[in-house]
Design a protein around this ligand. Structure first.
Ligand code: SF4
Length: 552
């Protein structure tokens, strides 16, 4: 029986309260205030802006390294230096190459990794603070609500349906069943972060793909408290090399925070070849390197998290506008993968989207034609300048580190063009090599419980929590493929790439079967991206579920 839903109408609906979505909401309230103060007609109200956030509170799903270039924030909040929660200005930075036993400091820090003028932040704290500003300006912020489906109308979108709450594992309504809302808006802005579920669906359905497919990395992070004197607040170190081999794209980081805390982690391109490579294990091994261990030894793990990063850049940008809708921030591939920075671009893209949306409200025309002003605004802003210079960067690394460094050098001297422009790339999941059946079964990493940890211990430190009795939010369209083809061809990579031990191959009546421990999921979206047969779809679970990246 069709569910009867309450309908709410807004001027603008923003899906996702990250830096891009909140910047869009905040800037829009200012444009509205100026417009109303000038006595222009019709008047608009900030109350007619809705922001949806699936986390239990604003910022709880926000994870980043994070060294922020303050350029975007300075435009959004002029007194940011006095009011924003910044951990530390960067005081010193360095880059290192690791082998299994040695470390070499590069004589000069490569320009993209220079961070003077930038700030080490907790993205969780920054977004919580931005959320406070948005709420104060009168916007309706709904936490614990996820956009489950888009409302398609004409050639575009007209809003979202939020998820039904109180549904059991079998899909039947429980006593607390509450149908999702039908939220309609003149403009719907998708700011879901990397691999947004609605964005993915809309890009596929309306054929909005860019020149290249989107490619991703996985970032795995731990926050530690360490004995005094191990690392200075504001110190930023980036590493290349071990434990990754030269066919892989990625590296590690260590950032010193006040209060003897360290942010550390690795980002690894999800285009590696070995289907049984385990990014979580690689990061745990990384901590055993003498260069890293000397900082952490005797310290304590405080928090853990994982999230994907869109690496594709300019040529992977989807078309960002449709009738009634825009895509912004990481969802729109607006991140500089060479500098490993996207917060400043996400904020700026939110502001440019706000200006576009406001024109649509004023003219009463939210058609694709009006909203196509958004990519033009990006073209005319510093976003284009920054991303255009690195438009072929990640593609240059598809044949390994050394080829990548060569291409990066050529691109540097030619303003991003390099030897081939545009350089094409394949989706990462097509890069796996098939197994030959002779490989020994991998031994799963357990960790020593002091410096290194297994995935379940780390998940515990992510604060992840889900309602157990709800439909599985990881939809595998063909379990037979998992139990037959994937076992022999790839050895079930989901068991290895998931940093939260969600996927497990078990034996049932002597046959392999995929078991999904959905409540461990930290919402990183890796499975939706890295599954070789593309049969896993991540959809939002009941709102409020997921990690709690407090202080991360
Ligand atoms: Fe990430 Fe998917 Fe594992 Fe969830 S199930 S933690 S989204 S890989």
């Amino acid at each position: 029986m069709p569910v009867e839903r309450e309908r709410l109408d807004a001027d603008v609906l923003i899906v996702g309260a990250g830096p891009a979505g909140l910047a869009c909401a905040l800037h829009l309230t200012r444009l509205i205030a100026q417009h109303n103060a000038a006595g222009a007609n019709p008047e608009f109200s900030a109350e007619n802006i809705y922001v949806l956030e699936k986390a239990r509170e604003i910022g709880a799903h926000q994870l980043s390294g994070a060294v922020m270039d303050p350029r975007g924030l300075a435009e959004l909040v002029p007194d940011w230096e006095k009011t924003a929660p910044l951990e530390s200005p960067v005081t010193d930075d360095a880059a290192f190459v690791l082998t299994s036993a040695n470390v070499w400091k590069l004589p000069i820090t490569p320009p993209p990794l220079r961070n003077h003028g930038n700030y080490i932040i907790s993205l969780n704290k920054l977004v919580k603070w931005l959320g406070g500003l948005v709420e104060k300006s009168g916007v309706n912020l709904f936490t614990q609500f996820a956009g489950r489906n888009l409302i398609y109308e004409g050639g575009g979108i007209a809003g979202v349906i939020t998820e039904d709450k109180g549904v059991d594992k079998e899909g039947k309504p429980k006593d607390n069943f509450t149908p999702g809302y039908e939220l309609r808006a003149k403009v719907t802005v998708l700011a879901e972060g990397p691999r947004g579920s609605l964005t993915k669906e809309m890009v596929n359905r309306l054929k909005l793909d860019g020149l290249n497919p989107q490619v991703y990395g996985i970032g795995i992070k731990e926050l530690w408290e360490v004995p005094p004197g191990r690392i200075n607040p504001g110190y930023v170190a980036h590493t290349l090399g071990w434990p990754l081999d030269s066919s892989m794209y990625g590296g590690g980081w260590m950032y010193g925070l006040p209060g003897n805390r360290v942010s550390m982690g690795m980002v690894i391109g999800l285009d590696y070849h070995d289907p049984r490579f385990d990014p979580h294990e690689a990061f745990q091994k990384y901590k055993t390197h003498p260069f890293v261990k000397r900082v952490l030894e005797g310290g304590k793990l405080v928090r853990y998290g994982a999230k994907t990063v869109p690496y594709g850049g300019w040529y992977s940008m989807p078309r960002q506008y449709v009738d009634g809708g825009l895509i912004i921030g990481d969802s729109a591939s607006l991140l500089n993968s060479q500098r490993l920075k996207g917060i400043h671009i996400a904020i700026k893209s939110g502001m440019l989207a706000a200006e576009t949306v406001f024109e649509a409200l004023k003219t009463g025309d939210a058609s694709a034609k009006t909203l196509s002003a958004f990519p033009r605004k990006i073209e005319q802003s510093w976003i284009k300048k920054e991303l255009w210079a690195v438009r072929n960067f990640h593609q240059g690394f598809q044949h390994g580190l050394y080829a990548g460094l060569f291409h990066a050098g050529m691109q540097f001297v030619t303003g991003g063009r390099g030897l081939i422009d545009p350089m094409k790339i394949r989706p990462g999941h097509e890069e796996y090599h098939k197994l030959n059946g002779k490989e020994p079964a991998p031994v799963r990493f357990k960790g020593d419980g002091a410096l290194t940890f297994d995935r379940l211990t780390d998940v515990y430190h992510s604060g992840t929590r889900h309602e157990e009795d709800q439909p599985c939010h990881l939809i595998v369209s063909n379990l037979d493929v998992c139990a037959t083809k994937c076992v022999t061809e790839y050895g079930n990579p989901c068991q290895y790439f998931c940093p939260a031990a969600v996927y497990e191959m078990v034996q049932e009546k002597g046959l392999p079967k995929l078991k999904i421990n959905a409540s461990n999921c930290v919402h990183c979206k890796t499975c939706d991206i890295a599954d070789p047969y593309e049969i896993i779809t991540w959809v939002p679970p009941e709102g409020g579920g997921g990690p709690n990246y407090e202080g991360m």
